[in-house]
Design a protein around this ligand. Structure first.
Ligand code: GDP
Length: 460
């Protein structure tokens, strides 16, 4: 056990709720809660992993009942933190929950730091670092798919990929060691060949993990999408159609309609973070100019542009300017108002947009939204979302480590191919092994651990 004190925090979101949970973890957790709990049996006498009805009273005045509760007692080591854990399920009102927590602290517990429960789970060997990070991802997940992926990682999927890879490198290092200790006349050559062959396998595996990273990021953070086009082409209608068809996840609509509106919607399991922009164009109107400037900034950070054109009007200079963005960014061109007579020169549009998909819609007649959604998924996932149980590397820290690991294995292979002394090659291999280890929390510094866990919410 790493820390010997007992910690407590509210583990459910702060606010009104049907029920709230105060979690207490540490060697004295049962004893501490016992001081406040009044029920049929003292908690010190109950079996592990059982739940008990009773009341929480005030330390100073035992006749004062703070709340009616259900208390679960889970004894070490089969708990989330591997310590003794007591969870007090009480009524959700903020005041009552806080009062109970205060009493728990008075009875001898310390207020947990953000992420401290998960940190203990990690330090006590219950979960590895990538699993702990998955807890953060799960808390922040915006779609079912992202949540599933985080759960997968929590269950140790990424670790299960990393561990055999490290084992492979370790065996390679052992083989080198043997050859160094018992050099036969061609040992050096044999070792170089081995590194080249095995190293290549390791490199391919790392590369495969990295390829999942882009999709992983999208699953986790959503596709930053900007809807752009001249006024009146149907941008707001498109936004509304997408929101209506799909469940809006988060809505944050600032004061004026000219502002940038951000909205998450769930398109076939992928979170689309929509930025509705107030037509990008030259303007003298001050309010509008602020809108335009914001829009332009939003544009630069967008992963996807939805460029809307009007089927019933000829192509304008402004349209042309927007279509030129197709060269730089992922874009889908939407020709709207196809219910009206055609004035738009489609062949000219096609010429300008290269490979970008072109979708015909009528927001008025609710046509083309399905095709648009299909095009979005196609553009980012080649049309096929990988099975739910696929491993995605989506954490920035993991991606960075994998990139470094890839670099050093490439160095090792190049060294072996060029006949560089084997102990130099060994250093690169060792480094690859260490970098991969950092992903799952072997050989990570205390600073890094503190920094990672401080990202958690309180009570996790
Ligand atoms: P925005 O200025 O680009 O956001 O455009 P709006 O979505 O506000 O639409 C401008 C006008 O065009 C509104 O009166 C809409 O009802 C109308 N409109 C939008 N989509 C269509 C469409 O597909 N066909 C027709 N006929 N009108 C449309």
């Amino acid at each position: 056990m790493v820390d010997s004190d007992t910690i407590a925090a509210i583990s459910t979101p702060i606010g009104e709720g049907g029920i709230a949970i105060i979690r207490v973890s540490g060697p004295d957790s049962i004893e501490i809660v016992d001081k406040l709990y009044r029920g049929k049996q003292a908690l010190s006498t109950v079996d592990s992993h059982t739940i008990h009805y009773g009341h929480i009273v005030r330390l100073a005045d035992e006749t004062e009942r703070l709340d009616e509760v259900m208390v679960s007692v889970m004894k070490s080591p089969k708990t989330f933190t591997r310590e003794d854990v007591v969870e007090i399920n009480c009524h959700g009102g903020l005041v009552s929950v806080k009062r109970i927590l205060e009493e728990v602290l008075r009875a001898g517990a310390r207020l947990a730091e953000p992420g401290e429960f998960t940190k203990r789970a990690f330090l006590n060997g219950r979960i590895d670092l990538s699993q702990a990070e998955a807890v953060i991802d799960l808390i922040r997940a915006k779609t079912d798919r992202a949540a599933k992926q985080a759960v997968g990682q929590m269950e140790g999927k990424l670790s299960r990929m990393i561990k055999p890879l490290r084992q492979r490198i370790l065996e390679l290092l052992a083989a080198i060691e043997v050859n160094i200790d018992y050099p036969e006349y061609d040992a050096e050559q044999v070792t170089h060949d081995l590194v080249t062959k095995e190293g290549e396998q390791v490199r391919l595996e790392i590369q495969r993990l990295l390829q999942t990273a882009r999709q992983g990021k999208i699953l986790r953070e959503g596709i930053n999408t900007a809807i752009i086009g001249r006024p009146n082409v149907g941008k707001s209608s498109l936004l509304n159609a997408l929101v209506q068809e799909n469940k809006a996840i988060v809505t944050d609509i600032p004061g004026t309609t000219r502002d940038v509106i951000e909205e998450y919607i769930n398109v076939r399991g992928v979170a689309l973070k929509l930025i509705d922009t107030a037509g990008i164009r030259e303007t003298d109107d001050v309010v509008e100019r602020i809108g335009v400037e914001r829009s332009e900034r939003a544009l630069e950070t967008a992963d996807l542009l939805l460029i809307v054109l009007n089927f019933a009007e000829p192509l304008s200079a402004e349209d042309t300017r927007l279509l030129q963005l197709c060269d730089r960014q992922k874009a889908i061109v939407i020709v709207n108002k196809i219910d009206l007579p055609q004035k738009l020169d489609l062949s000219k549009v096609r010429e300008m947009i290269g490979d970008a998909p072109l979708i015909h819609t009528s927001m008025r007649e609710e046509q083309g939204i399905d095709e648009l959604e299909e095009a979005i998924v196609q553009l980012f996932f080649g049309g096929e979302l990988a099975a739910d149980d696929a491993v995605y590397v989506s954490n920035v820290r993991h991606i960075h480590l994998l990139e470094q690991a890839e670099e050093s294995i490439v160095e090792a292979i190049a060294g072996a191919e060029n006949g560089i002394p084997i102990d130099m090659v060994q250093i690169d291999l060792q480094r690859t092994w260490e970098l991969l280890g950092e992903i799952i929390g072997d050989a990570v510094s205390e600073d890094l651990i503190d920094q990672l866990f401080s990202q958690f919410c309180l009570g996790k």
